[in-house]
Design a protein around this ligand. Structure first.
Ligand SMILES: [Mn+2]
Length: 349
């Protein structure tokens, strides 16, 4: 396993120069944010991003993510056009030897939180999700301002929500399987490992179907196309938002099959089954046992990228919710310490 750090591009208040000063970080998780959803990521555009990262003494090792056009998720008539574009983007990644692509198949919205700066008693703020607050998010004016969400106008959003209301989970599965059968062979030939990110939170929101929510769903995905390029992002915080998901088991099940292609490590603390905060990374502050999760990754010889996922906002830092420098760096140092101890203990056995 090697440490990576997410970087949101030249507008990110956390600069590549700062990231380079975090011990053990040589690899960047990057993306291109100016490309319209569905359009091809050109060799030139990817090359520019890669060059910027390399100029700072780092490598571009993961793309997170190339968004999937809603026509693909909806199975609309022109989906083949968008899938062709997606395949071309993957080939262009491969041309630059970028080995991992994190993506998700969540209808309309990316991750959802109801409070981006929930105060803790120590003065830090964290992201919070409270199912009871979800209905207060106003969708009538188009996409509300949430990090990582694609912006839709009021009319576009209304049309999309209506289109999905007619769709059940099985139909969404069919559309995902159609996509994978086209895309995975291209990824494999291009030397790119795909890593689906679990739905966050892993249950239906705003009446939209969500299917990548548990071990069974991830296994169905993995079984759809038998290829090392058809893998998962083990995001502990996303899957762990549901108390039904056992993350140690997930690390074991998919580590054993060599289908973990990317790892996001963070912890969460539940107040109720559908109300939680994103707590500091160490096991003692949340509901997830980071030691046991990493132990499974070590036992299955996971050698791929890992990044510390969302952190708190501390020490007066301002920036992208969940993506400040300080707490993600603190979390990463803890995770690297665990990893060193686990691997040294293993070598003594
Ligand atoms: Mn994640």
């Amino acid at each position: 396993m090697y440490s990576t750090f997410r970087w949101f591009g030249s507008d990110d208040p956390v600069s590549l120069e700062y990231i380079r000063q975090i011990p053990g970080v040589k690899d960047i998780v990057g993306s291109l944010f100016e490309i319209q959803v569905g359009e091809i990521w050109s060799v030139e555009a990817i090359g520019q991003l890669k060059q910027t990262v390399e100029n700072a003494g780092l490598n571009l090792s993961v793309i997170e993510s190339i968004p999937i056009h809603e026509d693909i998720k909806l199975g609309r008539g022109n989906r083949d056009h968008w899938i062709d574009n997606y395949c071309q983007s993957i080939q262009n990644m491969g041309a630059h030897n970028i080995p991992v692509l994190c993506y998700n198949f969540m209808p309309v919205f990316d991750w959802v939180r109801t409070d981006l700066a929930h105060p803790l008693e120590d003065g830090a703020t964290v992201l919070e999700y409270d199912e009871d607050q979800l209905s207060k998010i106003d969708l009538s004016g188009g996409t509300p301002d949430m990090p990582a969400w694609v912006k839709y106008t009021a009319t576009e959003l209304k049309d999309l929500l209506t289109a999905y209301q007619k769709m059940g989970s099985e139909q969404l599965w069919g559309n995902l399987e159609y996509f994978l059968k086209r895309v995975i062979p291209v990824a494999e030939a291009s030397g790119v490992k795909m890593a689906i990110h679990p739905d966050d939170p892993p249950w239906s929101v705003f009446g939209l179907p969500r299917i990548i929510t548990n071990i069974e769903g991830l296994q169905r995905l993995v079984d759809t196309v038998d290829s090392p390029s058809n893998g998962i992002t083990l995001c502990t915080g996303s899957l762990g938002a549901s108390l039904k998901n056992d993350l140690v088991e997930a690390a074991d099940v998919f580590g054993r099959q060599n289908r973990i292609n990317f790892v996001h490590l963070r912890n969460i603390q539940h107040e109720t089954s559908q109300r939680f905060i994103e707590s500091p990374h160490p096991s003692e502050f949340g509901d997830l046992d980071m030691y046991q999760i990493m132990l499974k990754l070590s036992q299955h010889n996971y050698t791929g990228p890992m990044r510390p996922d969302h952190g708190r906002m501390i020490w007066g830092e301002e920036g992208t919710p969940g993506y400040g420098l300080y707490d993600r760096a603190l979390g990463l140092m803890y995770l690297q310490g665990l990893w060193e101890a686990i691997n040294k203990n293993n070598s003594l056995l």
